[in-house]
Design a protein around this ligand. Structure first.
Ligand code: NI
Length: 168
């Protein structure tokens, strides 16, 4: 947080080449090493519209249903309905902190994968939350900007049991 790149709008991917493969490999390794649920390219210093996410037996999110490993390029989000849910979020670019953030509960997202093949999914709950969090990174938005009441923002260690399980 504070890095200028994290406040910028990232550029669409136009070339599906070896450089893009290498970027996604770096993102994957970074996310795995830090036990993140997702990562966006600007978080490792690349201003391209690429996000990855995965929830599979993640020790940071032990109570959540799995989300398959996904590489999502040039994403487009369409909220389905106006319903929002609040959930506690963290971010590898804002280490040690958590905040309560409203997100659309039901979401359709589209984009392409690393091979350029279309992705079109309708999801809800934590899956929808992760995608909205990651795509925010591509628009220069970090989750603290989405917190409605800043009393619901603090250090993970201090918040402890005050954080209710994320609705999913
Ligand atoms: Ni993040």
């Amino acid at each position: 947080m504070g890095e200028p790149l994290l406040r910028q709008v990232a550029a669409p991917v136009e070339r599906f080449d070896a450089q893009l493969d290498a970027l996604v490999r770096d993102m994957h390794d970074t996310m795995r090493a830090l036990n993140g649920a997702g990562l966006a390219a600007p978080q490792i210093g690349v201003g391209l519209r690429v996000v990855i996410f995965e929830v599979a037996d993640n020790p940071r999110y032990p109570h959540l249903s799995p989300v398959p490993y996904t590489v999502l390029i040039n994403p487009e989000l369409t909220p389905l309905g106006s319903e929002q849910s609040e959930g506690w979020e963290g971010c590898l670019s804002v280490p040690g902190l958590r905040g309560l953030v409203p997100r659309y509960t039901h979401l359709r997202y589209r984009g392409v994968d690393l091979q350029g093949a279309p992705i079109d999914r309708t999801v809800q709950g934590f899956h929808a939350r992760v995608v909205q969090h990651e795509v925010d990174h591509l628009d220069g938005i970090l989750y603290p900007q989405r917190i409605v009441d800043l009393r619901n923002f603090g250090f993970e260690a201090a918040l402890g049991t005050q954080m209710s399980p994320m609705p999913d």
